[in-house]
Design a protein around this ligand. Structure first.
Ligand code: ATP
Ligand code: MG
Length: 426
């Protein structure tokens, strides 16, 4: 036998037994986006490398060290998308969706980053994202955050996440703050690690993001973002906070929150949890009013977020919120005896017509009753519908309950559809 080929490190298969959990989560994400009137957009997973260099910023973790970039056969530099926002803006510009218009969009799909794989951090992972365009006022920031908060409620984890919020202000305010921060960091340069020293020159705000404890300790005395905020951004932030207060959404203002991507201004936020260990951010986003123009469109205000579906599924699993998900199969049809499957398969077709949401798995391949019942049990089905020659003759099936302690029943074929309706409603 030749050696079996393995998947690429950090890129996971999602196996049966997992996929039904994912589908449940994805259904909630889709439905909640729909609850707010958002439309889906789908973008390709490959884009020109320049899109991300220009969009995300050259001096960011993603562009400096995480992208899967290669030359295709034409010698063009392509990159597997590390995130969705730049692609979404590219698509919006290309198809004229953003020009003097408002858009409320969502997307979902795989993203790729060459990071060190560990729990909650993979090289292919999946994001669900929201992007809105054309609205500058803080009501839309509030709406986007409310939408995210609804997701946690719908998934039953709202008690386990907290919202951190900050404002990065206008470009001018950010530049002023950057100067103040660089002045501070320069005074204490000997206390910085190499990464922070490098960032101090290339992208000083990112020093605030440092995971190094000594650097964090030093930053306690660093100048505060709020001191540099411009009046308009202060007002915008206050407007947002008031709306969140009115909606009963709790938040913590975290002045160190800067986000790892260059394109944000004003609102930034993260939903964090301590149910996940080190990878504690489930969802992150903010306002990025400059990006549309930076990628060649007309200046358009924008705000959005992305959440990591793996981290969400991990969290839901750890909190045991995915225990009672409907199995892949509701009904297993056991068919024993010569020619019984002819009638059985036809009946199953009828029942699928009558009860469109039912999931019936018919036994194939014949075999004895006991073997078929074992399959029925393994399928996860709630009931087995048992057909033999006598059942076919009397037009009645035997219904056996596989998960509850309930007497088996004899049910006329014509009453089965009703029973199936009750089964999936129950
Ligand atoms: P982190 O600080 O954890 O690296 P990030 O700031 O790089 O996160 P974003 O680019 O804002 O993350 O992506 C939004 C969300 O996508 C994150 O909050 C996280 O839930 C998820 N995410 C990001 N990178 C990964 C990854 N490599 N594997 C799994 N999920 C990820
Ligand atoms: Mg990252």
């Amino acid at each position: 036998m030749s050696k079996a080929i393995q998947a690429i490190r950090g890129m996971n298969d999602c196996l049966p037994g997992e996929t039904n959990k994912w589908q449940m989560v994805e259904d909630v994400l889709r439905r909640v986006a729909g609850n707010y009137g958002y439309a889906e957009i789908r973008m390709p997973v490959l884009e020109s490398t320049n899109l991300f260099k220009r969009g995300i910023g050259e001096v960011t973790d993603i562009v400096e060290k995480e992208m899967y970039t290669f030359e295709d056969r034409n010698g063009d530099s392509l990159t597997l998308r590390p995130e969705g926002t730049a692609s979404c803006v590219r698509a919006g510009n290309q198809h004229g969706l953003l020009y003097n218009q408002e858009q409320r969009l969502w997307y979902m799909g795989p993203m790729f980053r060459h990071e060190r794989p560990q729990k909650g951090r993979y090289r292919q992972f999946h994001q669900f994202g929201i992007e809105t365009y054309g609205i500058a006022s803080a009501d839309i920031d509030a709406e986007v955050i409310m939408l995210s908060a609804r997701l946690w409620r719908e998934l039953g984890i709202n008690e386990f996440v907290t919202l951190e919020l900050n404002s990065l202000g206008s470009n001018q305010a950010r530049a002023d703050y950057r100067d103040a921060l660089v002045e501070f960091l320069t005074k204490h340069e000997e206390l910085l690690d190499d990464d922070s020293k490098r960032r101090m020159h290339s992208n000083p705000l990112r020093v605030l993001d440092s995971k190094n404890k000594d650097v964090q300790a030093l930053l306690v005395d660093a100048p505060k973002f709020s001191d540099s905020l411009d009046e308009e951004s202060k007002q915008h932030f206050a407007n947002l906070c008031q709306r969140l207060d009115a909606a009963g959404i709790k938040y913590q203002i975290n002045e160190r929150l800067v986000r790892g991507l260059d394109y944000y201004n004003r609102t930034v936020f993260e939903w964090v949890t301590d149910s996940l260990g080190a990878q504690g951010t489930v969802c992150a986003g903010g306002r990025y009013d400059g990006l549309v123009a930076q990628l060649g469109g007309k200046g358009t205000p924008a705000v959005g977020f992305a959440l990591g579906i793996e981290r969400l599924v991990l969290m839901l699993t750890e909190l045991e919120k995915l225990e009672n998900i409907r199995a892949t199969t509701d009904v297993y049809m056991v068919m024993v005896g010569e020619g019984v499957d002819f009638t059985g398969l036809a009946l199953a077709e009828q029942w699928r017509d009558q009860v469109p949401n039912i999931r019936i798995q018919g036994h194939c391949g014949g075999g004895k009753f006991n073997k078929q019942m074992k399959r029925a049990d393994k399928s996860g089905a709630a009931i087995a519908i048992i057909l033999g020659e006598s059942e076919i003759a009397s037009e009645q099936a035997t219904v056996k309950y596989l998960r509850e302690n309930k007497e088996q029943q004899t049910v006329a074929f014509s009453d089965i559809a009703q029973l199936l309706e009750q089964l999936i409603e129950g």
